[in-house]
Write a protein that binds this ligand. Sequence first.
Ligand SMILES: [Zn+2]
Length: 62
Amino acid sequence: MFGNGCDTVPQRAVCQNCGGLLYEGVDLKPPDEIIQQYDGKCPKCGKKLSSVPKDVDVKPVK
Ligand SMILES: [Zn+2]
């Protein structure tokens, strides 16, 4: 990583179907864990989520 830990970049996970926010925070979570928290489906559009293929997009927030 980048060293000193003073500029922590929040991570955000969004539903690939509706773009709904599934997770946001400074800890990088694996998509599996995020999906499990939502019982395997998007709380907004109800789309069934799976990490393979990637239905959840996890990326740094600028
Ligand atoms: Zn959705």
